[in-house]
Design a protein around this ligand. Structure first.
Ligand SMILES: NC(=O)c1ccc[n+]([C@@H]2O[C@H](COP(=O)([O-])OP(=O)(O)OC[C@H]3O[C@@H](n4cnc5c(N)ncnc54)[C@H](O)[C@@H]3O)[C@@H](O)[C@H]2O)c1
Length: 305
């Protein structure tokens, strides 16, 4: 098994995508520190790995505060004697349009996703550098962070911020042999179950039936297990040369996201005054960029409700 002897932390791994990542890392031989705020799902997650012959322990605590980050890294070292892989997956949603979003909606989402990723990776990177044997950091982004989404100010900020941190950490941790990548997943979980557009796919998944090809292929929308293989790959020695990347995955689809690059560049001697921009902006920059994700119309047979 490719990850035998390795030790991983997966935040928010009581259920959903985090659980699938933890189970796949364990299947590949890694010992896993499970983390969740929900004690019973954390315990069930540990049981699922142990009963399949793997090794797992749980830390029940909310990511965000530095104390939790320390508790997670301590659990890896105290229980298994080392640390190799960190997956920062824990997340919550507080969706609403900007003008209805409270300070608490904003702070909660930023606290779990952005601060939770920062504090856990800061603690892990410190200890991985001391250990001196390289490592793997896998942070979780979202299509919303890449392109924006209606009603998700807080989440878009957090997820875009995570990819910004990933690019920075890939540079800062390169010398220590620690790779840092973002996974941009799409999957049927509690987080997506209520989106009407995906209802037919979620319905098939719940019945244990294969999801329609329209979802798996055209939309890159599948199960949590479809995402887990990429996390195990990025955690492995095979991906030693992959760092600073944002990799999209879902259903049958794998994508490499570009980093922002200027798409049009124009020069004007003396600089771009208001008058010059008023006259020439449209010609100088060309076609404007789109925002948000655009989904194709749902085939009639897959429409629900
Ligand atoms: N499902 C998707 O299609 C999708 C798409 C893009 C990104 N993501 C991201 O993937 C990650 C997992 O999403 P999911 O769909 O599996 O969601 P989920 O709600 O099924 O699971 C999230 C888990 O995180 C736990 N959690 C919440 N706050 C926590 C905290 N402070 N500390 C520790 N654990 C906490 C929850 O209890 C839950 O078990 C999230 O970061 C999410 O933003 C999911």
């Amino acid at each position: 098994m490719t990850l035998t002897g390795k030790v991983a932390i997966v935040t928010g791994s009581g259920r959903g995508l985090g659980l699938a990542y933890a189970q796949e890392l364990a299947r590949q031989g890694a010992s896993v520190v499970i983390n969740d705020v929900d004690e019973s799902t954390a315990a069930t997650a540990v049981d699922s790995i142990v009963s399949a012959g793997g090794h797992a322990t749980a830390v029940v605590a909310p990511v965000g505060p530095t104390e939790t980050a320390k508790a997670l890294v301590d659990a890896a070292f105290d229980t298994y004697g080392r640390l190799d892989i960190v997956v920062t997956n824990a997340g919550v949603l507080r969706d609403t349009v900007l003008w209805k979003m409270s300070d608490d909606d904003f702070d909660t989402v930023i606290g779990v996703h952005l601060r939770g990723t920062f504090t856990v990776v800061r603690e892990a990177a410190t200890r991985l550098r001391e250990q001196g044997e390289g490592g793997r950091i896998i942070a979780i982004g979202s299509p919303t962070g890449q392109r924006g989404n209606f009603g998700q100010t807080n989440y878009a900020a957090a997820k875009a911020g995570i990819v910004g941190m990933v690019r920075t950490w890939a540079m800062e941790l390169k010398k220590a042999g620690i790779t840092v990548n973002a996974v941009i997943p799409v999957a049927a979980t509690a987080m997506t179950a209520t989106v009407p557009y995906f209802a037919a796919a979620v319905e098939a998944d719940e019945k244990g039936e294969p999801m329609p090809a329209f979802f798996r292929h055209d939309l890159g929308f599948g199960t949590s297990a479809d995402v887990a293989g990429l996390v195990a790959y990025l955690a492995s020695d095979a991906a030693a040369g992959v760092t600073g990347q944002a990799v999209g995955i879902g259903g049958d689809r794998l994508q490499l996201w570009s980093h922002p690059e200027p798409v049009a560049t124009a020069y004007r001697e003396g600089g771009w005054t208001y008058e010059a921009l008023t006259e020439s902006f449209a010609d100088a920059v060309g076609e404007l960029q789109t925002v948000g994700e655009s989904f194709p119309p749902l085939p009639e047979a897959l429409q629900r409700g």
